[in-house]
Design a protein around this ligand. Structure first.
Ligand code: CP
Ligand code: NVA
Length: 305
């Protein structure tokens, strides 16, 4: 028997360069679809038959790269990989107008958000942000799916982000607040979320004075590396600046009794998180990693389907 495909809603915005390219309603639809894709992957195995994706990576990746490649394959399409800096061998606007003659969509991991935005400007096919300096919207989709699975609903939960006010934290802020969660963040001085990102938040946001204050009453404790890709030259300074911001057993004990630990990965054990927290029964980091596949399938279905 052939599985029937549900009617797919297209995103109104042609690209997914940042979290807010999907409306809150579309985000909810996407998460529902991601749950169905996870439950019944066979229903979708020809949904993107003949479609192709160019995966452009300026920086290393395990999860994003493998899951986008598998996602398009398991939906009946295929991926072509290209590593290296964008706009160096030839102008970005030429590269974009080559690719859009061949492929159905472009997924790009870049140093700057400007590069993703310029690709979206010049390419006539959908462009997906696979991490930039500003945002990591695909990660946030998988994280919201993981939270929904674990708690049944997002509304009324509190997520505490401990560490660098970076791309991952920015995307989480927008998604948590749009889904009725409280977002609390504790960062060292100098590593706060950018003001323009805070200004985009639509819900309950708390800038805590320290990690203990942030995790109080939180059902989710989240952290990310202290030194992101491209910041390696600052690693020694950052190690010193983030002292006191490690997620360890003492800190997670201050969160809600049913709290889970989340991390986008890769993790630097012994820095932003201890081995003990990573391996604890609270840790759902591998569920998050798995959900990258399902959430991105839903995204591709809503962009290309
Ligand atoms: N979380 C994440 O984006 O992992 P990669 O850098 O391995 O893709
Ligand atoms: N903030 C990290 C996330 C890695 C998935 C980075 O940008 O390197």
């Amino acid at each position: 028997m052939t599985a029937t495909l549900p009617r797919l809603q297209r995103l109104a915005h042609p690209d997914f360069t940042r979290d807010l390219d999907a409306t809150t309603e579309e985000l909810t639809t996407l998460l529902d679809l991601a749950a169905d894709v996870k439950r019944s992957p066979e229903r979708y195995r020809s949904a993107l038959s003949g479609k192709s994706l160019a995966l452009l990576f300026e920086k290393p990746s395990l999860r994003t790269r493998v899951t986008f490649e598998l996602a398009i394959q398991q939906l009946g399409g295929f991926a072509i990989l290209n590593d290296g800096r964008i706009g160096v061998r030839e102008p970005l606007k030429d590269m974009a107008r080559n690719l859009d003659r061949w492929v159905s969509g472009i997924v790009a991991r870049t140093y700057t958000q400007q590069t993703v935005d310029d690709l979206a400007l010049w390419a006539s096919v959908p462009v997906v942000n696979a991490l930039s300096d500003m945002w990591h919207p695909c990660q946030a989709l998988a994280d919201m799916q993981t939270i929904r699975e674990h708690f049944g609903d997002t509304r009324g939960l509190k997520l505490a982000f401990i560490g660098d006010g970076n791309n991952v934290a920015s995307s989480l802020l927008l998604n948590c607040t749009r889904l009725g969660m409280k977002f609390s963040i504790a960062t060292p001085a100098g590593y706060e979320l950018p003001g323009e990102v805070l200004a985009l938040a639509s819900g309950d946001v708390e800038v805590a004075k320290d990690p203990a204050g942030a995790v109080e009453g939180a059902q989710i404790v989240y952290t990310d590396v202290w030194t992101s890709m491209g910041e390696e030259h600052e690693a020694a300074q950052r190690l010193a600046d983030f002292a006191g911001y490690q997620v360890n057993d003492a800190l997670t004990a201050k969160a809600a009794a049913d709290a889970v630990f989340m991390h986008c990965l890769p993790a630097h054990r012994g820095e932003e998180v201890t081995d003990s927290v990573m391996e604890s029964s609270r840790s759902v980091v591998f569920d998050e990693a798995e959900n990258r596949l399902h959430a991105q399938k839903a995204l591709l279905l809503m962009l290309l389907g």
